[in-house]
Design a binder for this molecule. Structure first.
Ligand SMILES: Nc1ncnc2c1ncn2[C@@H]1O[C@H](COP(=O)(O)OP(=O)(O)OP(=O)(O)O)[C@@H](O)[C@H]1O
Length: 586
């Protein structure tokens, strides 16, 4: 392993243009519904203008000293407008959620699917933490914004537009006066974002330290008590709590000052409108009614502007989260889906040509490895520990990409190459669920047949049979039983090629024999590469490949290699000698 302590290479983050393209693609199929939602929200905003207009009419009627009858229509309009605005805004928000939530769900599915197909090295170099954070934290953040504030943000934006339009319709000078507030609002927002972000970030870090201090207090309780250190830990927790509270206070102070600045902007805008109204009314260019309406229009902007600016930060963070989500789908796809893995030409044999490989930016661990496995043939790979057998297996299975050279595998529908390693993971669920992972539509009979094929008779003996719960919290399986389930998965998957990496290394002699038989059943009739843990596994294979320090140093049948008196013959002699005394592996 190389000791290069480089920063982890995180998964890519999509650029703004890529995010836009992805969002457009996601929404394109729903554009009709989206347009409808925006139209309804816009209608709601426009209807909302009727309220101030009605009040303006009332003011005008009073100024003109008309009778009470003249108020009937504007008052009725006021009531109807309020109702209509409420209904349309509600309908628009619901419609918008119906469009955006399924789109987000689709993006999450695509990101998940991409994550599952990521090349192992991409995940390893970025750290699984990055991937998990994106699939949980970022999805949650984007989802919260989409469900919570997006509708309000769009509604507020449309209300601002409609109101500015209303002001301009009354008199363009009203709109111009109102726009005086804009530069002040922009400056306030920029100041707020600049000042609040570091406070929020440090606040989150302080929260983390508080949680860590608390946790340490709990886990180390017996030690702390025994040594009489409880008070010191309590002081530490108190200090951490104090620190995170101070950040919270600072955040509140900044927010208060932000809204104070917005109020100044509103004061400037409203003052300008009143001044313009005064001048227009005095010169007879506008009536009292229009002036009242203009002032009310502008006052009506306060709310949506506060909403829009208040959630701006959240929306920006959600856009950043979206970039990280889309970034997963942009990460280079694994070689199993690349053209070299048999997509272009129907390829029958599994082959490696001049393959060079190493981990991360470490040294090469495979040098110029070439091998061919004709259809239906079995090749066993043997060699001392660290000679590169497992690395070669993961390359052949398409889990990792070579630095140079090519891996070619039989093409065809479905997953053509299955890798079985001893690291089998059991998912929480029934035994049948675990086997069915390979083929979700498999019937109970097919699952039973697959279990039968690998000799997992013990399943039928369980009280619940294949419906027995396993995985975290479920019935505990022995490593070799878990291995059998992994092999049963392969039977269901029915791949053309199987790469078996020490699948039978687990267990004592009885279990090992059972696994050997299971592996034989799985390999029968398929092209296979077997990383042989015990030489007896290799002896039966058509071709044996001997590896040493990342190179293929010998290959041939068992008899050929014994006769050649080379490295394999030496391994065989050593292994045969130790067979009686050790567990059987070298
Ligand atoms: N994930 C990894 N990151 C970095 N180096 C690795 C990694 N896995 C293996 N190596 C290195 O690659 C070389 C080949 O290891 P590999 O596991 O392929 O050998 P092997 O023949 O399968 O050994 P064993 O029989 O012990 O499993 C070794 O030097 C090993 O230290």
């Amino acid at each position: 392993m190389s000791g290069a302590a480089t920063e982890p290479v995180l998964l890519p983050v999509a650029t703004a243009a890529q995010v836009r393209r992805e969002v457009r693609a996601l929404l394109w199929g729903r554009r009709g519904a989206l347009l409808a939602a925006v139209a309804v929200l816009l209608a709601g905003s426009a209807v909302g203008l009727a309220g101030p207009a009605a009040i303006g009419q009332i003011a005008q009627a009073i100024a003109d000293r008309r009778g009470a009858g003249a108020l009937a229509v504007p008052v009725a309009l006021l009531a109807v407008a309020a109702l209509a605005a409420a209904v349309t805004t509600w309908a628009g928000t619901v419609l918008l959620a119906r469009v955006v939530l399924p789109a987000l769900g689709q993006l999450r599915e695509r990101a998940l699917a991409a994550a599952v197909g990521l090349p192992l090295d991409a995940v390893e170099s970025g750290g699984t933490g990055d991937l998990v954070a994106r699939l949980t934290g970022d999805v949650e953040q984007v989802g919260d914004v989409v469900q919570g504030v997006l509708g309000r943000f769009i509604g507020a934006g449309l209300t601002i537009l409609a109101t500015l339009g209303g002001l301009a319709v009354l008199d363009w000078r009203f709109a111009a006066a109102g726009l005086l507030a804009l530069p002040l609002q922009v400056a306030a927002l920029r100041w707020y974002l600049r000042t609040s972000r570091p406070i929020y970030a440090e606040g989150r870090a302080a929260d983390g330290r508080r949680a860590a201090a608390l946790l340490a207090g709990f886990t180390a309780l017996p030690t702390l008590r025994a040594l009489g250190l409880g008070r010191r830990q309590r002081d530490r927790i108190a200090a951490a709590s104090q620190a995170s509270m101070e950040y919270e206070l600072r955040a509140v102070r900044v927010a208060t000052r932000f809204y104070g600045r917005l109020n100044v902007a509103e004061f400037v805008g409203l003052g300008a409108i009143l001044l313009v109204a005064y001048l227009l009314v005095r010169s007879g260019l506008a009536g009292i009614g229009a002036a009242t309406t203009a002032a009310l229009f502008f006052a009506r902007l306060f709310d949506p502007i506060n909403v829009a600016l208040g959630v701006f930060d959240e929306i920006q963070q959600a856009i950043a989260g979206l970039g990280r989500l889309v970034g997963i789908t942009r990460a280079a796809p694994g070689p199993a889906r690349g053209p070299d893995h048999g997509e272009t030409l129907p390829q029958r044999e599994l082959a490696a040509d001049g393959v060079r490989f190493g981990y991360g930016d470490g040294p090469d661990v495979l040098h110029d490895v070439t091998l061919r496995v004709p259809p239906g043939q079995h090749v066993a790979v043997v060699g001392a520990s660290g000679s590169g057998k497992s690395s070669l297996a993961s390359l052949l299975a398409g889990l990792r990409r070579p630095r140079a050279g090519r891996i070619t595998a039989p093409g065809g529908p479905g997953r053509a190459v299955a890798l079985v390693t001893q690291e089998t993971h059991l998912f929480a669920g029934t035994i049948a669920d675990n086997v069915r992972l390979a083929r979700p539509d498999a019937t109970a009979e097919q699952v039973a047949a697959a279990l039968d094929a690998v000799g997992a008779g013990w399943v039928a003996a369980l009280p619940a049979g294949a419906d027995c719960l396993v995985g975290s919290g479920g019935h505990a399986l022995t490593p070799s039983q878990a291995q059998q389930l992994a092999l049963a998965r392969v039977v269901l998957l029915d791949p053309a090629v199987v790469v078996l990496d020490e699948a039978t290394a687990e267990g004592g002699s009885d279990a090992a024999r059972a696994l050997d038989r299971a592996a034989e059943a799985v390999l029968r009739g398929r092209t296979a590469v077997i990383v042989a843990h015990r030489l007896s596994q290799a002896a039966g294979a058509g071709t044996i490949l001997v590896m040493d320090a990342g190179r293929v140093v010998e290959h041939g049948t068992h008899a050929d290699l014994i006769a050649a008196q080379g490295p394999y013959a030496r391994l065989w002699a050593a292994w045969s000698l130790g067979r009686g005394t050790s567990s059987g592996s070298w």
